[in-house]
Design a protein around this ligand. Structure first.
Ligand code: SF4
Length: 350
């Protein structure tokens, strides 16, 4: 059981972040924010896949105005993502967003930050201080990148606290996994606010998911992290949600949908079409919500053991396979029936 860092609780719309609550899964829309219809459609898809809060880029005033309409119909809380221009943060707050993320690397004027904080304070809306390694101020004196990031965030925290504002969330992201881990470890000890964690610009889905799993998994195992985002180069942000939940499920921090155990196969596997079978089972399981464990195994070496330990399992053999349910052998099936017979048992208990 992982012992979570005890952080302050903040409220982003109807989602609680921090405290002893769930680690919240977040993504970001990839649409042009000014295209309200397309952005709402993507938010709905994200919400369906389990996304709990969504960040939206606000590159100009037209985008910040669009947030008013997006907010009215969005099924999950909206976070405005602001760079360079503090007036966009103020307009987004006025248009009803649930949180604003601003980047202290490119909004450096304390008067501009003060104006954002005042507007957030009037509305009791939380702010995220979002530090990125790639957009730090150039004049920092710290000797390493992780320290530069954590000190940059701490300076902003002190500024917000000096205004008696504590609805704060912090994120420190780098594309380098070790820097991300070290920066977050450093700041987690120095302030009480919830942390949004992620490895930024992690890459294409395969490598990006692995790099995110290493970075986020390490931090989460240490109890650090109240919300996560897996940042992937993909047209479909729902892939980020899938990866995020896999990370949380593997650490037993969240339950969502079935877990598939499938063997890698080797020279002992005599089942034809085993990869197609495993892929089809995975695709069908992804549509389900019940947190059951399903095993698809290639032979009798580990097959019966894993299949018996799962809620439903199939141990394949030559031309035949054995289906187990809740530890009991249910039936023997012929190879052409593997998929239908397995899924019939899965559907019966999910
Ligand atoms: S279960 Fe059998 S086929 Fe699968 S990897 Fe193990 S030994 Fe190989």
């Amino acid at each position: 059981m992982i012992k979570r860092r005890s952080s302050r609780l903040i409220q982003v719309g109807n989602v609680s972040i921090g405290g002893a609550g769930n680690v919240i899964v977040q993504s970001m829309t990839k649409t042009d924010t000014r295209d309200i219809k397309a952005t709402l459609y993507q938010i709905a898809q994200l919400a369906d896949s389990g996304c709990e809060t969504v960040r939206i880029a606000v590159p100009d005033m037209e985008a910040s105005q669009a947030l008013a309409n997006i907010k009215k119909k969005a099924p999950i809380p909206i976070i405005a993502d602001i760079h360079f221009d503090h007036r966009l943060a103020i307009a987004s707050l006025e248009n009803g967003v649930d949180q604003v993320r601003f980047n202290p690397g490119n909004i450096q004027n304390p008067e501009h930050v003060t104006a954002i904080v005042q507007t957030a304070k009037e509305r009791s809306i939380p702010l995220r201080i979002g530090v990125n390694a790639g957009s730090l101020a150039h004049d920092r004196n710290e000797t390493n990148l992780a320290s530069k990031m954590s000190e940059a965030a701490l300076e902003q925290i002190r500024l917000l606290e000096s205004m008696d504002f504590d609805l704060i969330e912090v994120s420190l992201k780098a594309s380098d996994v070790i820097t991300t881990i070290e920066a977050n470890k450093a700041i987690a000890e120095k302030m009480p606010y919830p942390l949004h964690i992620g490895v930024t610009e992690a890459g294409l889905p395969k490598a990006g998911s692995i790099r995110s799993a290493v970075g986020l998994g390490t931090l989460l195992y240490l109890g650090i992290g109240d919300t996560i985002r897996v940042s992937l180069t993909t047209a479909d942000p729902c892939e980020e949600i899938l990866a995020g939940y896999e990370i949380l499920k593997s650490l037993e921090l969240r339950e969502r949908g079935p877990r598939l155990i499938s063997c890698p196969t080797c020279g002992r596997c005599e089942a034809h079409g085993f990869y197609d079978l495993a892929n089809t089972v995975e695709a069908q399981l992804q549509k389900m919500e019940s947190p059951i464990t399903v095993a698809v195994m290639g032979c009798v070496v580990n097959g019966p053991g894993e299949a018996r330990d799962a809620d439903v399992g199939l141990a394949c053999g030559k031309g035949k396979g054995v289906i187990f349910k809740k530890g009991e052998k249910v039936r023997t099936v012929e190879e052409p029936e593997f998929l239908n017979a397995l899924m019939a048992e899965v559907n019966a208990i999910s």
